[in-house]
Design a protein around this ligand. Sequence first.
Ligand SMILES: O=P(O)(O)OC[C@H]1O[C@H](O[C@H]2O[C@H](CO)[C@@H](O)[C@H](O)[C@H]2O)[C@H](O)[C@@H](O)[C@@H]1O
Length: 261
Amino acid sequence: MTGLPDPLVDALRAFAAAPRILVALDFDGTLAPVVDDPARARAVPEAQDAVLRLAGMPGVRVALVSGRSLSSLIEVAEVPDRVLLVGSHGIELRLDEPGDAVALDAAELERVEVLREVLEDVASGIDRVWLEQKPAGFALHTRLASQADSRRAHLVAMEETRAELEGLTVRHGKNVLEFAVRSTTKGEAIEHLRRYTRADRVLYAGDDVTDEDAFAALLPGDVGVKSGAGPTVAAFRVAGPEEVAHAIARLAELRTDAHEH
Ligand SMILES: O=P(O)(O)OC[C@H]1O[C@H](O[C@H]2O[C@H](CO)[C@@H](O)[C@H](O)[C@H]2O)[C@H](O)[C@@H](O)[C@@H]1O
């Protein structure tokens, strides 16, 4: 008994019947429950099984679309090469051919170094606030800090970075504030993956503010599934990673039914 809402199951059934489908999934908060240490996050077992099953089916491509750096996503996702990966909110891609790694130019590298100095200064001055490095920027993590320290870290980081660098991309996530010297979105990533895979239909599941760009890139016939609370433009909502796992496991069953019988 999965307890998925009937309208979602109906949408999954119609989606599963399309010839070529792309199943694009956010990682943290969607496939994996949120935990204190990002290195320890793992997809719930039912979700992992469903991802592997779907990835092996004809006409199905699976993509993980994450704010994590590609290297961090590879570490925690533990998926075969056939699964397409998007890291750093669309800046980094691992598609079927090698050579998709991000290459920053000299000016961007210089901006990353300025950003590092500013943010290291902020993080070192506030208890339990830490910096995660990514190829094109940094995530300032405040999950373990008090509410007051978290608010202060966000305010100071915004002020100090604005004073030093123009035109940074700033993204607000769950207990994290991200700064990047390149501006891509998960929406652009979905558009790129749709073209790349030639998918007839796309399913996207995500939990955070940055996933809204991906939901906004969906078209009629696509399926958007919001994981957890918060405003969304997705047509469907489930409670969290356990329910996302039920949904994609059900999708794998429906795909088998639609194409083997
Ligand atoms: O796009 P996502 O795959 O959802 O990645 C978003 C960010 O996820 C990670 O941080 C979040 O998850 C951590 C582990 O559960 C948690 O400790 C942290 O508070 C969350 O913000 C990751 O560390 C970031 O780089 C990603 O951008």
